[in-house]
Design a protein. Structure first.
Length: 187
C-alpha cells in the first residue's frame, strides 16, 4: 500500500489501517527494541508507546522515507531515552553499531560473503568469553531462554544474567568495529 495513502488513513484515524500497521510491524519492533534493552517487557512497553504516539500524533507526522524506517527510528529513540532514564550511557556507540547490525536493510550493503565473515567472527569472539558468559549467551541467543530460565538453569540471579549479556554484547560490538572497518576498506 502506498505510504501516502496509509499516512492519510492514519491521519483520518482509520482504526482498520492502524490495526494492520500495528499487526504488521509490532513483533519486529519488539525484537529490535529488545536488542537495545535486553528486557522483553520494557521492549514491549516502548513499542506500545510508539504506536500510541503514532495514533495520537498522526495528523502532524511527516514521513520522508518509509513507514518502516520511521517506526524503527521512533523505537530506537525511545530505547535510547529509556536507557538514559535508567542511567545507562553509550559512550562507545555500541548501541549505534548494534542497530546497524540488527536491521537487515542496513546489511544489504555488504555481500553474503562479508556477512559470513561477520558471523564467523562473532562465533570466534564468543569462544573467548569466560565459560559462564558463553553459557548465558548461548542459552539466550541459541536456545532462546528467558532471563528467569537462564538464572534458574545456572543458579544465578536475573541481574547477573543481564550483566553477562550486556558484557558479551559490548565485547562483540567492540570486536566487530574492527571487522566492519576492514570490510569497508575492501569494498
Amino acid at each position: 500500500m502506498d505510504i501516502n495513502i496509509v499516512l492519510e488513513e492514519l491521519q483520518n484515524q482509520n482504526k482498520s489501517v492502524y490495526k494492520n500497521v500495528f499487526n504488521h510491524y509490532y513483533k519486529g519492533l519488539v525484537v529490535y527494541a529488545n536488542n537495545f534493552l535486553f528486557d522483553q517487557q520494557a521492549s514491549e512497553d516502548v513499542v506500545q508507546e510508539v504506536f500510541i504516539s503514532l495514533w495520537e500524533n498522526a495528523k502532524s507526522i511527516e514521513i520522508k522515507t518509509s513507514l518502516k524506517a520511521y517506526l524503527y527510528a521512533m523505537v530506537r529513540n525511545k530505547c535510547l531515552n529509556y536507557l538514559k532514564s535508567i542511567k545507562i550511557t553509550d559512550d562507545l556507540n555500541v548501541i549505534d553499531l548494534n542497530s546497524m547490525l540488527t536491521l537487515d536493510e542496513d546489511l544489504d550493503s555488504i555481500s553474503d560473503e562479508e556477512k559470513t565473515v561477520l558471523y564467523n567472527h562473532i562465533l570466534k569472539i564468543i569462544e573467548t568469553f569466560p565459560e559462564s558468559m558463553q553459557q548465558v549467551f548461548k542459552l539466550k541467543f541459541i536456545e532462546n531462554y528467558k532471563y528467569e530460565e537462564i538464572a534458574d538453569e545456572m543458579g544465578i540471579s536475573v541481574n547477573t544474567v543481564k550483566t553477562q549479556l550486556k558484557r558479551a554484547k559490548i565485547k562483540i560490538s567492540e570486536s566487530l568495529v574492527v571487522v566492519l572497518a576492514l570490510l569497508s576498506i575492501h569494498s
